[in-house]
Design a protein around this ligand. Structure first.
Ligand SMILES: Cc1ncc(COP(=O)(O)O)c(C=O)c1O
Length: 433
């Protein structure tokens, strides 16, 4: 909106930040929506307009906004102190809670972001194996860190193109790119070809069980079993990036059974809305970070705000109030959301697809089926998706610019009905465009 306070805020931001922006993923043209406050499932922008929010800060806010317990925990901790030079009980409490909650790891360390968590897991894998190469799936996003910042948004490789990663942003070290192999998601034979050629140099394969940028397509159990068997046979590690998918179940993504991954990266919901990440694994593997060992930590991990008690307290409150029943309800609501959105597409005679799992969904306009990164890459460029998302926003419902949506615990059937209703209205507008 040209005369809105959001537009004015954007012009002001441009004076002091490049492109008015400090987080590339929330930039959009002509300018982003500047948000002022949130309550439950709703946010209000700086112009005072209220929206039903399915963005939930890119899936991080599983309790939506201003959740009573979480807000109370933050206030209580802020009065005690926001960060200290020494460790706090708050950090032990969140660590105990998560270790108890997730059967397949014994120890955990906190970071400030999911990116850092993946970075620490990769460093640990290198230290533990003595190898440098990492493999990641084409299109998968694992954060803002050189070695994984490859083949995330670039054109699909296909066939013989897989293998050596290609950098797509300036500033990523050539050495980091050459230490990364790109494999096709859910494609056993295509991945085997690449991995076998480098098996004796491979430190780890990093897999996201529900990669949003690939299309929010769940990992196949057979593919994951292949990666598990391959990494075990070749003494490299399987790192599961559950930064986004931890919300799928009480102990994270259900596909990750006990004893399955070697290391895990977490983030988003475990911080109760504050900055967080975590790396976790067996005590044997996690010992690589142990500064109390005779020669100090093999992998150095620190940070001024690491395990800051505000994030720890907020995370503990958020996780304590997120039980199996809450997650089951949200996951059922998620399944219904995907069903109703798919039905709306069919009723409108519009080609499109709805992907996702649990309380997460992603909308596509154009293709009828999203099975690979190449499908997602093509669909993401279809201007009809932006048209639909913009119309939904005008009608007071927010989805992320790629069509990703996440439910939060304050939401119920009525919110899903509203989402589906605005989607239908947007599809009608698309038809008459
Ligand atoms: C799967 C996955 N890994 C890592 C990250 C990076 O986390 P953060 O944004 O907290 O650095 C993200 C962020 O969206 C993610 O979805």
């Amino acid at each position: 909106m040209p005369n809105s306070l959001s537009s004015a805020a954007y012009q002001r931001a441009r004076q002091v930040m490049p492109g008015g922006n400090t987080r590339a993923s929330n930039f959009e043209k002509p300018h982003p929506l500047y948000l002022a406050s949130g309550d439950g499932a709703y946010v209000t922008d700086v112009d005072g307009k209220r929206y039903l929010d399915f963005q939930n800060n890119f899936t991080a806010l599983i309790h939506g906004y201003n959740h009573a317990e979480v807000t109370r925990a933050i206030h209580r901790q802020a009065e005690l102190g926001s960060s200290f030079a020494g460790p706090t009980i708050a950090e032990i409490e969140l660590a105990e809670l998560l270790v108890e909650r997730v059967a397949y790891f014994e120890q955990i360390r906190f970071t400030n972001t999911g990116s850092e968590a993946v970075m620490m897991a990769i460093k640990a894998a290198r230290a533990l194996t003595g190898h440098h190469l990492i493999a990641k799936c084409e299109g998968a996003y694992h954060g803002n860190y050189d070695i994984v910042e490859v083949n995330v948004t670039a054109a699909p490789l296909g066939g013989a193109g897989y293998g050596q990663a290609r950098g797509e942003h300036a500033g990523v070290a050539a050495s980091a790119i050459s230490d990364c192999l790109v494999i096709p998601f859910n494609d056993i034979e295509g991945s085997r070809l690449i991995l076998e050629a480098a098996a004796d140099r491979l430190a780890a394969v990093v897999i996201d069980p529900l990669p949003s940028r690939i299309g929010l397509i769940p990992v196949n159990a057979t593919y994951l079993a292949f990666i598990r068997e391959f990494t075990r046979r070749h003494s490299s590690l399987l790192i599961l990036d559950q930064v986004l998918s931890f919300r799928l179940g009480y102990g994270g993504a259900p596909i990750c059974a006990a004893g399955f991954p070697d290391l895990c990266a977490f983030g988003k919901i475990i911080g109760g809305g504050l900055a967080i990440g975590a790396v976790a694994g067996s005590a044997d593997y996690m010992a690589v970070f142990d500064p109390s060992s005779p020669y100090g930590a093999r992998v150095f991990h620190s940070g001024t705000f690491t395990a800051n008690p505000l994030s720890m307290a907020a995370g503990r409150a958020a996780m304590t109030t997120l039980g199996t029943c809450d997650l089951d309800r949200l996951n059922e609501l998620g399944a219904r959301t995907r069903f109703l959105l798919t039905e709306a597409l069919a009723a409108a005679g519009c080609c499109g697809a709805v992907t996702g799992q649990g309380s997460l969904f992603r909308l596509f306009i154009g293709p009828e089926r999203i099975a690979t990164y190449a499908d997602t890459f093509a669909a993401a460029r279809d201007p009809r998706l932006k048209f639909v998302i913009d119309r939904m926003r005008e009608n007071g419902v927010l989805l992320s610019p790629i069509g990703l949506g996440a439910l939060s615990t304050p939401m119920g059937e009525a919110d899903v009905s509203r989402l589906v209703g605005t989607f239908k209205t947007a599809l009608r507008a698309l038809e008459h465009q």
